[in-house]
Design a protein. Structure first.
Length: 244
């Protein structure tokens, strides 16, 4: 299903978000825009608040202040299942596939909002994107390799045909060649019309793939530029890309 990604509308906006865990404030005045059709990446070191940003978008934790809009509607305050059903697919950090269920069963769970008629169409589409999952459809998820589990986590998030796919560190712990394979699939998914918000510590790979990127430090965005511009930025090269 090819979606209309020709226009330049904001699909997701965060405005002055404050968020954290109980008394622990993690995000300070976080604002972000994802336009329809784009791939946007948040890069940053461990523990700066990248996953917290995603969890706040998904309503897994509640923002203390600010506004989150998706497709023009305010979504902060909604329950996670309502936010997901409004068109956001989520592949969490560490994959979190259901290890004791097989590949097909994991994909069924991802499609719980999809009616029966669309289910087989979606299944064919994700199997086309990840033929390896089709070959292993009856295999328990726990027996898959790390790369295959990551493919399954992405495929599961795609089952509901989301407008926005959010991925938290899809390359974590994967061999470089497998990470590249995953990133090639993400480019393909985006070309078919799905907007992507990506979190990555592999900054070089992420900036190559993305249209736009944000650099997060201590719960704040310190830089926000076209990805190709950030890739040439001295500070970014030194701090995040190991280029002296
Ligand atoms: N469930 C939690 N309870 C309390 N503090 C947390 C929790 N999860 C994360 N944190 C803290 O929030 C900060 C940001 O974490 P996180 O968003 O996971 O960082 P990142 O994804 O950038 O590595 C860290 O200091 C972390 O220790
Ligand atoms: Mg994280």
């Amino acid at each position: 299903m090819v979606k209309d990604s020709t226009n330049n509308q904001n699909l997701l906006t965060l405005k002055n978000i404050e968020s954290g865990y109980g008394h622990v404030k993690v995000l300070h005045n976080v604002s972000l825009k994802v336009k329809k059709g784009q791939i946007v990446t948040i890069v940053g070191a461990n523990g700066v608040g990248k996953s917290t940003t995603i969890k706040t978008i998904l309503g897994l934790i509640k923002a203390n202040a600010g506004e989150i809009k998706f497709k023009g509607e305010t979504i902060n305050g909604l329950e996670t299942y309502e936010i997901v059903a409004s068109g956001i697919g989520y592949s969490p950090e560490g994959r979190e596939v259901f290890g004791n269920l097989n590949v097909y069963e994991n994909l069924r769970i991802g499609a719980y909002t999809v009616d029966k008629k669309d289910f087989s169409e979606r299944l064919e589409e994700v199997y086309k994107l990840f033929p390896r999952l089709k070959e292993r459809k009856n295999q328990e998820a726990s027996s898959l390799s790390g790369g295959e589990q990551q493919m399954l986590a992405i495929a599961r998030a795609l089952m509901q045909d989301p407008d926005l796919l959010i991925l938290d560190e899809p390359s974590l712990g994967l061999a470089p060649i497998i990470a590249e394979e995953i990133f090639n699939r993400l480019a393909e998914i985006n070309q078919m019309g799905t907007t992507i918000l990506l979190i990555e510590q592999n900054v070089s790979l992420a900036l190559q793939l993305s249209d736009h990127a944000y650099v997060m430090e201590k719960g704040k965005f310190v830089l926000d530029e076209k990805a190709s511009v950030l890739a040439e930025n001295d500070y970014v090269q030194k701090t995040y890309m190991g280029i002296a």
